[in-house]
Design a protein around this ligand. Structure first.
Ligand SMILES: *Cc1c(COP(=O)(O)O)cnc(C)c1O
Length: 399
């Protein structure tokens, strides 16, 4: 008989009761070091006092009023995001997929409003992940995720990542924009070349098409900058954010320049929950921490430390890992053995890690991870790698 909770996930048999910083405790008292952050989402770790206080205080006042009324918490969060990014205006929603839906609608509507309704197609990249709604699945383009869900939403063209010739070839009279992840997360922690991002900006300017970025995973401090595209020196026209922006509270956002943001006038788009007082209190608390002087620099420093350690682990266990890649605290170890086997070995040692496409073990510790947490995580990873390597060599010897 089907479980009461719909079994659409292959869940590990672990249930957590509480957390603190980068650590989680199961209901039966086991302790785990969390280098997954609930899929790069618990950006401030678990039970961060400032975030907990902000949510508790707001919940005790008013959680939800709807977008029929002004929401001061949302006005403040939007103003602060505008002040620290390329954007002039922000739409709040509840998830990454919803943010990307908003971005796609904004691209199409702005182009239509400019007198070019025939231009509705968006260029996306092989290995992308943009969400699980029908349009964002079409943007994702992974045939495995699309199978059995009926006609694919029209209007998305896929080209190889980091390949400017392919992008130029794909631009046609129906193209309205491009959507790129500055670091492909689910696709296997594949960073876009900085020059590729600059070339995308240039080609969008050349053809007057819209540059959209999906920073749902790469953004909100994860790369060591507030948003990963900042490393390239160029800015998108529209950008989606989610995951880390609420520190674990569901919150998403579409950030855009005025030219495109103004397309979503009253009646064109909306959401019931999006940007409610509780979610925006969480978002403001996350920003309070991330915008503290030195916070992002420290993320970058810790990312370099972890990267250096991972490079050493990969060198020491060439039968397990092929290479390390990523940016800041979004790092991937391309595996030689199946990545799930390494992940399971990590869990057995008390380390929670994620997987990603391209046979990658993905590490995304909370941005508040300490140096000693990093040292401990690397030690646990080494122990896991040693066991995987030993198992692999005894299997090879038996053959
Ligand atoms: C997770 C993710 C999404 C989807 O976010 P949801 O909140 O699961 O809808 C979209 N884009 C990227 C890059 C992501 O990592």
């Amino acid at each position: 008989m089907i479980s009461a909770l719909l079994p659409n996930y292959a869940r590990a048999d672990l249930a957590f009761e509480r957390g603190e910083g980068a650590w989680l405790w199961t209901v039966d008292g086991r302790r785990f070091l969390d280098f997954g952050s609930g899929i790069a989402t618990a950006s401030l770790g678990h039970a961060h006092p400032h975030l907990v206080k902000a949510i508790a205080e707001q919940a005790a006042k008013v959680m939800h009023t709807s977008n029929l009324y002004r929401i001061p918490q949302a006005e403040r969060l939007a103003r602060r995001l505008v002040d620290v990014t390329f954007a002039d205006s922000v739409f709040f929603c509840n998830s990454g997929a919803e943010a990307n839906e908003g971005m796609i609608k904004m691209m199409r509507r702005a182009t239509s409003d400019a007198g070019k309704p025939e231009r509705y197609r968006v260029i996306c990249f092989e290995g992308a992940f943009h969400g699980r709604t029908l349009a964002t699945l079409a943007a994702t383009g992974n045939p495995h995720y699309l199978e059995g869900f009926g006609p694919v939403v029209d209007g998305f063209d896929h080209v190889p990542f980091n390949n400017m010739n392919a992008v130029r070839d794909a631009i046609g009279p129906q193209t309205c924009g491009i959507i790129v992840e500055p670091v492909q997360g689910e696709g296997g922690i594949r960073p876009a070349d900085l020059q590729f991002l600059r070339d995308l900006r240039a080609v969008c300017d050349e053809y007057d098409i819209i540059l959209g970025m999906d920073e749902v995973q790469s953004g909100m401090g994860r790369s060591g900058k507030l948003f990963a595209h900042e490393w390239s020196g160029i800015a998108p026209d529209i950008m989606s954010s989610a995951k880390g922006i609420g520190g674990g509270f569901p919150l998403g956002a579409v950030l855009a320049t005025e030219r495109y943001a103004k397309a979503l006038k009253p009646g064109t788009h909306g959401t019931t929950f999006g940007g409610n007082p509780l979610a925006c209190a969480a978002g403001n608390a996350v920003l309070d921490v991330m915008l503290e002087p030195g916070f992002l620099e420290d993320v970058e420093r810790k990312g370099r430390v972890l990267r250096g350690e991972l490079d050493a682990v990969a060198r020491d266990f060439p039968s397990v890992f092929a290479e390390v890649r990523g940016l800041g605290l979004l790092l991937g170890l391309k595996c030689v053995v199946p990545q799930g086997q390494v992940q399971a070995a990590c869990v057995a040692e008390g380390l929670l890690a994620l997987t990603a496409g391209d046979n990658v073990l993905r590490l995304a510790p909370p941005l508040v991870v300490t140096d000693s947490d990093i040292a401990e995580g690397v030690a646990l990873l080494r122990r896991a790698a040693a066991k995987v390597a030993a198992a692999a060599s005894s299997k090879a010897a038996a053959q």
